[in-house]
Design a protein around this ligand. Structure first.
Ligand code: NAD
Length: 704
């Protein structure tokens, strides 16, 4: 008989008299279930069944993983002839007349876990984890996971794992009875011995187990559904996963498998899953910077400093403390420092009272943050992040002082939202070490950091920024110096479109509701009230020289003149007298109607779709300008920025992915309309025009 070993499957006969067939998946780095693995595994299993000398089978993974999951890059490739579906292998394991033992040596996620559940017994390494994270990609398990997991681990654990995508550790798998043994030491040796012990027993098929399905709590299922609808608005996969677990508990096994398969295929082929898979890769891509490789030495950051202990400075300091890095915060006087520290303490206190950390952990983190008013105390910092006021002259002075006070190889970063960091860098003798780290508010919560590449920044400085943002648990995206970098540049253009729509006929709450219902976390007017209408006006003033002669929306200026700055004054676009959820204000409505009249505008109705299309076209067109100008490396980086910094719904990808999905010809037509209505600041980008003409996509864009 030919040996069933292949490039990705190892096969050996082990145990007494070679009676145990050991099948090892060997597809580094993650043992993903590629077409070749699936085909090879089935052939190996068939060979074991045909070989009369083999009494039981052990299935395991080479290296540190069992199987990390399906090969999602193969999702959009048709299965080659002769390659069975993964389900055929899982079913064959389950149907095998000889016992099959899974030796879960490391991570078993997705299809890997489903494969282990098709086996009759499971041994798990004490360091391993198992999970069904498919919902994160907009799909559900499609290889029986929703049907077998409740049978093996119980309904509650299956819900946690399939609906929320949370993995469990080996110990828990043992407690739940999901694993027959938790193994310390060599799991393959133990599995071979175990297989010898159970050889000859009738196989214990997962589909036939029903004890753990009793007592389905339908009220709990309803609660979970409500929770998902609230916290993951419009996301389909978790709701389908709940349904499938209900099916597992109430319908025959075969019927459940078929229902799961049908739903899996529908989700896999949906735009939503395409968007979520795209975002999964987009995040990984964002970490790759052309010209910077593993050979570029990133500096290790062991001590940090922050200038400014205000809203941003305090939040940024917490990021370092949370990562265990000591940080010194400098401000002008003790009073400012005390105010900053009080806020940090309050935020940690909130985490303690919500059970997110212990008192001791909060105290330990506070202990890592020191305060000072003396630049000499920043002398040994590896990086300084400046988060003082948004004022060019002030920042230049601060950087000149930092240049003197800090060690020569320290990196000096600014958290500015809008100023030219090249100009700031020129105030120092180390422009190669001056860069931007643009955190988002609240800085201890928001995952996004725009890492700003200045004209003279060295590769080491940039590699350090990318490494540091990752070390702080953030998603760092590299951007160039320009008006508002990437995110704010796009946001301010789209928000202006919103303001013009209000002058012409919509109400701010209509615009916000249309975008919220489409999936955004907040509409632009609610965001404006949160960030401050005074801040918006200041940005507009600062932009005047960049966009000479640009017509400005009028109503926002009126609100500013009235002192309606947003949440901080209790009134802005909305009225906050009854709390942080603002309500529409008749005074604002009257102001809007009056202003339109004054401007000679005949107000007209905008449908929700009109609003959403205009807003998204403004975003995509500005994103294309950003690419034309080389401010972002790739289109997908822009989508990552919008996902993590601006509440763009992940289930729709990002503004650039969405434009690609809609078709760039349509986006161009809308951008041309906006251009005609509002002038040159809305002119269509070259990339949009050329891609639309060629039937191309933003995602095809390559920098350089
Ligand atoms: P803030 O007013 O809350 O804090 C500024 C702090 O800087 C204050 O504590 C102030 O005392 C201190 N300060 C002023 N002059 C100083 C000096 N000469 N030396 C040292 N400290 C000084 O402001 P913020 O909202 O934290 O913004 C800080 C920076 O971050 C600005 O450049 C801003 O554009 C940028 N930023 C803000 C946000 C945001 O949402 N607030 C987001 C991203 C970036």
């Amino acid at each position: 008989m030919p040996t069933p070993t292949s490039d990705v499957i190892d096969f050996e006969k082990r145990g007494a008299n070679g009676a145990i067939g050991l099948i090892t998946i060997n597809n580094p780095p993650a043992n993903a279930l590629s077409f070749a693995v699936v085909k090879g595994a089935l052939e190996a299993l068939d060979a074991c069944l045909e070989d009369d000398g083999i009494e039981a089978v052990v299935l395991t993974g080479a290296g540190r993983m069992f199987v990390a999951g399906a090969d999602i890059r193969e999702f959009s490739i048709p299965r080659p002839d002769g390659v069975p579906e993964l389900n055929a292998v899982i079913d064959a394991c389950e149907a095998s007349p000889k016992p099959v033992v899974a030796a879960i040596n490391g991570i078993a996620f997705g299809g890997g876990l489903e494969l282990a559940m098709g086996c009759h017994y499971r041994l798990i390494s004490s360091a391993a984890q198992v999970g069904q994270p498919e919902v994160n990609l907009g799909i559900i398990p499609g290889g029986g996971g929703t049907q077998r997991l409740p049978r093996l681990a119980g309904i509650d654990a299956a819900l946690e794992m399939c609906v929320y995508g949370k993995p469990i550790k080996a110990e828990k798998a043992g407690e739940l009875g999901f694993a027959d043994e938790v193994v310390e030491g060599d799991i393959v040796e133990r599995a071979i011995a175990f297989a010898g012990e159970i050889a000859g027993r009738p196989p214990r098929r997962t589909g036939e187990q029903t004890e753990k399905l009793a007592g389905l709590d339908t009220a709990k299922l309803e609660e979970i559904r409500e929770d998902i609808k609230k916290k993951q608005r419009g996301v389909m996969a978790p709701l389908v996963a709940v349904d499938m677990i209900e099916v597992a508990a109430t319908r025959p096994f075969e019927e459940g498998l078929k229902a799961e398969r049908d739903e899996f295929v529908k989700l896999r082929d949906s735009d939503q899953s395409a968007a979520m898979r795209y975002m999964f890769f987009a995040e990984r891509e964002a970490a790759k910077i052309p010209g910077i490789g593993k050979d570029t030495a990133a500096r290790k950051i062991e001590k940090a400093a922050i200038v400014g202990s205000g809203t941003m400075g305090g939040g940024i300091a917490m990021n370092f403390a949370n990562a265990g890095i000591p940080v010194t915060v400098l401000d002008v006087d003790r009073g400012a420092l005390d105010a900053g520290f009080a806020k940090v303490k309050q935020t940690y206190g909130g985490s303690v009272s919500r059970g997110r950390m212990t008192e001791a952990q909060a105290a330990e983190r506070m202990g890592l943050i020191a305060g000072t008013t003396d630049y000499a105390d920043l002398a040994d910092a590896d990086i300084v992040i400046e988060a003082a006021l948004e004022d060019m002259d002030l920042k230049k002075k601060i950087f000149a002082v930092l240049d003197e006070a800090c060690k020569p190889d320290a990196i000096l970063a600014s958290n500015t939202s809008s100023l030219d960091i090249d100009e700031i860098a020129a105030a120092t003798d180390r422009p190669d070490k001056v860069v931007g780290m643009h955190f988002f508010s609240p800085a201890n919560v928001m995952k996004l950091v725009e890492n700003v590449r200045t004209a003279k920044a060295s590769k080491e400085s940039l590699a350090t920024l990318m490494g540091l943002s990752k070390g702080l648990g953030k998603t760092g995206v590299m951007v160039g110096v320009g008006d508002g970098f990437v995110g704010n540049r796009m946001y301010h253009v789209a928000a202006r479109i919103g303001e013009f729509l209000v002058e012409e006929g919509a109400m701010p709450w209509d615009v916000d509701a249309a975008l919220y219902d489409w999936g955004f976390a907040m509409g632009p007017f609610a965001v404006n009230d949160l960030a401050g209408i005074d801040v918006r006006i200041a940005i507009r003033e600062a932009q005047k020289s960049l966009y000479p002669g640009r017509r400005e929306p009028v109503i926002v200026s009126r609100l500013y003149e009235m002192g309606r700055y947003g949440q901080k004054t209790g009134k802005g676009w909305y009225d906050y007298s009854e709390g942080r959820r603002g309500k529409p204000d008749p005074e604002v409505e009257a102001l809007i109607l009056e202003t339109s009249k004054e401007l000679g505008i005949e107000r007209r109705a905008f449908s929700r779709s009109d609003i959403v299309q205009a807003y998204l076209a403004a975003l995509a067109n500005t994103g294309a300008h950003v690419l034309d100008e080389g401010l972002a490396i790739r289109s997908s980086d822009i989508d990552v920025i919008w996902n993590y910094g601006y509440g763009f719904p992940r289930r729709r990808g990002g503004p650039m992915f969405h434009a690609d999905l809609v078709g760039l010809d349509k986006v161009l037509a809308k951008a041309e309309e906006l251009h005609a209505a509002y002038g040159d600041w809305m002119k269509p980008a070259e990339l949009l025009k050329s891609s639309a003409a060629e039937g191309g996509k933003f995602n095809d864009f390559k920098a350089g």
